[in-house]
Design a protein around this ligand. Sequence first.
Ligand code: GLU
Length: 293
Amino acid sequence: MTRGRFAPSPTGRLHFGSLVAALGSWLFARHADGRWIVRMEDLDREREVQGAAERILATLDAFGLVSDEDIVYQSRRSDRYAAALARLERDGHAYRCWCSRTDLEPRGGIHPSECVAQPGERAPAWRLRVRDHVLAFDDAIQGPQQQDLAREVGDFVIWRADGACAYQLAVVVDDAAQEIDQVVRGADLLDSTPRQILLQRLLGLPQPAYAHLPLALGTDGRKLSKHAASLPVDARDPLPALRAALHFLGQRAPTERNVHMLLSRASRELATASIPRAAAVPVAFAAARNATS
Ligand code: GLU
């Protein structure tokens, strides 16, 4: 049975962009008669907003998007991530590094494959040694993708100097532990995918299918400003936002006035071939939200 997921970070309220990711992943999972699971990615204590996790879950609830299994909180799973790091270190794929962003600036932010800083008082980060060059995969929406990991990314951080597991490693460990075989998320994460596939290979984990949902564009076709994309959705009035999100995904919005009926019809009728690679946020929706924000 297909297993999809939505993995929000509790850094604020659910906004239009994250509603699209939640809805898109739900539609894909349900269209395949599969399960849909919510995972709270709360590893970054500095960016976390108090109460945001509960609020996101309550908003999802109002939108009829309810996890089929208990919510997994990444902050409670450090042991699993530490075990993955230990395995990567044992196999010679991970090393300690004291380089700061400033150390990497002269190199365009790309790590030179060895630590160039002096081991100091502060704790090191852990980096993954990137030996593969071009990594390719097929995305169900964005088409064939490839990235020269060594040249475009370099050795990347898998465990942060502040002691938290980095997103790239945690997401790979959890997708595998939760047996996720379908990752549907925003196209802002498209360029993280080769790093995650490399980690899956090194850890001997299965590779899920990937579908990256359209990036939000302004009506002028340019990338939408962070501000407009981050307008919160209104949990008291879910239908207009749900319809706008379906429209954004290139789907015909059913006329049902009940959230659950609308969702169930939309999932049956999901036409994945109609999902655009990039799309404009519906003007009426953006304008309405602007007026109330
Ligand atoms: N937690 C990530 C975010 O909110 C998403 C991770 C994922 O879907 O892989 O951007």
